[in-house]
Design a protein around this ligand. Structure first.
Ligand SMILES: O=CCCC(=O)O
Length: 498
């Protein structure tokens, strides 16, 4: 049982920024307390960086870019492979750090180490596949070619819900193609990111190639603004809320940066009457309760065909009895604390709103009050039925262990309901009708579709949204596209002597 920061390698707990290959305090000397969401107590303090640190990181990354882009692809692959090896070798320590600062159960944190590391391995292999093209010639004696070049310095801004996987799957493709990186993790979970920086240092990346700094929410905005204003930063890759994504899109217009935005979702999970209901319940459990419901692809609205609604809810409630809410230190915990009190208040506001509008509470609906999960941030797994389309939880991401069940009559109706949102990240449906399985993906407005499957993410697959869930794709063979620019070379006068 994990009960403290007993790391095999205590030096993985970093208290400083990593800029230009050295560890340093913030320029202003300010610090930020990292809070364990399970106990609401401080775990460690890290720098509370500001615009000066942000600029120092860009200077380092700009200088490093000149040489890093010239490295051979094999050398970049080699260093990424070494980083991948170190992530796995230190996986237990990384999982402990992640559980403590983010709250996810240790088993899930171990899973995230493997998941995040898989992107590093994938992009290590992609480093040697940044190919160009030779185009058909439009004139005799002319050769037309296309090469792919790294865009330059990339700013990486990551959320708290996957402290390792999100930063790994942004930094790895950037480094693979020859970009250098300045990164700021969420103020809630900087420790995992700083530990990754330490392992990048050990892997041997040249100084300035990877720069990681921590900052509080308010100073973090100053860091972001400094990067937005800096013309040397050629790309921003961000995972987080849609309002922040829109701010980045607006403000980066001045320097016309490239953007990858992985933003909010409002995923529908649709269960048709012809579905295997046990399979659908298992898929919903896997998808909905990943990280306690704090995942951007978690089903946020569960649509069940009226004819099977009661049977489905009975099976779902029975499955939910196996969930154990508790801190990461509890060996059987399957749902940890929510990240902070703002998150718990939002969940409660959504539940209260649905109940006021006529929803029926099947189970949960409040914070946990027991000895295993004693802190203020634990929320009971909740089912609500008879949820109206006007409920706030049908329009905003609840980001917690709450399942609103909404009845529907037929396919056209549920497609309209599912698409009735500005978001379009993930959508799931369960059916045994093969024609429907082929038809529906074309009708659902989402970047990722689960067909009789609730766990969809993988390093081999493109991850990203449509509509106000953002743009750009992470992972897969498409995952380096956002980090390269196309250059056209036209070589003339090739004709030899006749
Ligand atoms: O929450 C965002 C990313 C989750 C995932 O990679 O499946």
């Amino acid at each position: 049982m994990m009960n403290s920061l007993e790391l095999t390698r205590p030096e993985l707990l970093r208290h400083q920024n990593f800029i230009r290959g050295t560890w340093s305090e913030s320029a202003g000397g300010a610090t930020l307390e990292v809070i364990n969401p399970a106990s609401n107590r401080s775990i460690a303090s890290v720098p509370d960086s500001d615009a000066r640190d942000a600029r120092a990181a860009v200077e380092a990354a700009t200088a490093a870019f000149k040489t890093w882009r010239q490295e051979t692809a094999m050398q970049r692959r080699q260093l990424l492979k070494e980083w991948h090896r170190l992530l796995l070798e230190n996986g237990e320590d990384l999982a402990r750090l992640m559980s403590l600062e983010q709250g996810k159960p240790l088993a899930e944190a171990r899973g995230e180490v493997a998941y995040g590391a898989s992107y590093v391995e994938w992009f290590a292999e992609e480093a040697v596949r940044v190919n160009g093209d030779i185009l058909p010639s439009t004139q005799e004696g002319r050769r037309q070619m296309v090469i792919r070049e790294p865009v330059g310095v990339v700013a990486v801004i990551t959320p708290w819900n996957f402290p390792l996987a999100m930063i790994a799957r942004k930094i790895a493709p950037a480094l693979a193609v020859g970009c250098t990186v300045v990164a700021k993790p969420s103020e809630d979970t900087p420790l995992t990111a700083l530990a990754l920086a330490r392992l990048a240092e050990e892997a041997g990346f040249p100084p300035g190639t990877v720069n990681v700094l921590s900052a509080s929410r308010s100073n973090g905005a100053l860091v972001g603004d400094a990067w937005l204003a800096d013309g040397r930063v050629r790309k921003i890759t961000f995972t987080g809320s849609t309002p922040v994504g829109k701010h980045l899109a607006r403000e980066s217009a001045e320097t016309l940066k490239r953007l990858s935005l992985e933003l909010g979702g409002n995923a529908p999970f649709i269960v048709f009457e012809d579905a295997d209901l046990d399979l659908a319940v298992a898929g919903l459990m896997a998808s909905k309760f990943r990280n306690g419901g704090q995942t951007c692809v978690c089903p946020n609205r569960v649509f069940v065909q009226q004819t099977v609604l009661d049977e489905f809810v009975t099976k779902l409630q029975a499955a939910m009895e196996s969930l154990v809410v508790g801190p990461a230190t509890h060996p059987d915990a399957t749902i940890g604390p929510m990240i902070n009190s703002r998150a718990v208040e939002k969940i409660q506001r959504h539940v209260d709103d649905a109940l006021e509008r006529g929803a029926r509470l099947v189970c949960g609906g409040e914070r946990v009050q027991n000895a295993v999960a004693a802190g203020p941030h634990f929320y009971l797994p909740t089912i609500l039925t008879n949820v109206g389309a006007d409920a706030v939880m049908c329009h905003e991401e609840t980001f917690g262990p709450v399942i609103p069940v909404i009845a529907f009559e037929n396919e056209p109706e549920v497609v309209t309901l599912a698409n009735d949102t500005p978001y379009g990240l993930a959508a799931y449906f369960y059916t045994s009708d093969m024609r429907r399985a082929f038809r529906l993906p074309g009708l659902l407005e989402a970047g990722v579709i689960g067909i009789n499957e609730g766990a969809v993410a993988s390093e081999l697959a493109p991850f990203g949204g449509v509509k106000e869930s953002g743009y750009g794709r992470e992972g897969s063979v498409y995952g380096t596209d956002d980090y390269v620019q196309i250059k056209y070379l036209c070589q003339g006068q090739l004709g030899g002597e006749t």
